[in-house]
Design a protein around this ligand. Sequence first.
Ligand code: SF4
Length: 382
Amino acid sequence: MSIQRNPTRPVTIGSITIGDGNPIAVQSMTATKTQDVAATVEQAEALHERGAGVVRIAVDSKKDAEALAEIRKQTKANLAVDLQENFKLAELVAPHVDKIRYNPGHLYHHARETPWEEKVRYIIDLAGEHSCAVRIGVNCGSVDPAKKEKYASDDSITPMLESALEHCELVDSFGFHNFVVSLKDSDPSKVVEVNRRFAEQRPDVPLHLGVTEAGMPPEGIIKTRIAFEQLIGKGIGDTVRVSLTLPNPRKPEEIDAGREIVEDIYAGRVRSVVRFDDTKLNIISCPSCSRVENEAFVDLAANVKEMTEYAKEHAITIAVMGCRVNGPGETDDADLGLWCGPAKVNLKKGEEPLGAFGYDEILPKLKAELDALIAEKSGSTA
Ligand code: SF4
């Protein structure tokens, strides 16, 4: 299949360059505890050997940053780190990585003390000094509330788009161009729409594609394939990640899945007949990473999938997330949400918290809420 790629500018990430017609790089992330240097190096190396263009590692503290310095010495993988609200960690991580990801939605916190523009400047200056690439990573679950308020509540796409465009303009104004953008949602149709609209307005900026919290295989791979076929097939996308919930110890399945999808699209083996059916039960779950608060998370996600099988004909979304960093926000849009703490799982109905329950209590609680929701949606009283 001949694909006319968008004329994006080149972005160098360690030993690879993406954009400007270069091959689409496939990425993944380690799920080990970052301070377990041996395990993280082993996973980073396994991903690198399988063909990962970039390997992301979670760093949330000074100790994680110290571990990162050691990991850097022991792997040839191109490393990326994502900054959460603690943007100052950029100073500790930049010397050891090839790419820094920041989420615009995390920079509006404490804006009175440090305006978000200053935080971006700080990150970009460090990235420039240490020859790092940057990813401006916009995520549906953590969009700046001021942007959300500007638009109707059923339009989740325009606030994401506006945020990405605003940050591109600012970063460009600093004279820094070694950056990519990602716009991720757990709904593949929204991923397609927001990336298409972005590519129309900024065809020069390379895009990192992904469906966030796609869940377990095979559904997670199918959702991702649907989005990638419609974007990469039209020349949009320079690097990809397939975010899958996988059992530990994690193998490089995300790399295999990403490469297969990209190869299929280029070979014309597209399966656009496969459509994500949003009239049925949709389980979304995060891919887990070093932030996961309890090792039981992956089993929990698998048990939720199995237990809710009886409700598969109902158009209900259940989100299962591994930690407090992204769990509370990224379950807001689901009908029922679970996010993990160290000893308890927090249950939500939409944005409303319903309490925290032990790992051995949560499934019956979820079932009771699901039954009530099914009854509510079918018009009868629970
Ligand atoms: Fe990692 Fe938490 Fe995101 Fe899951 S929700 S991938 S544990 S940061």
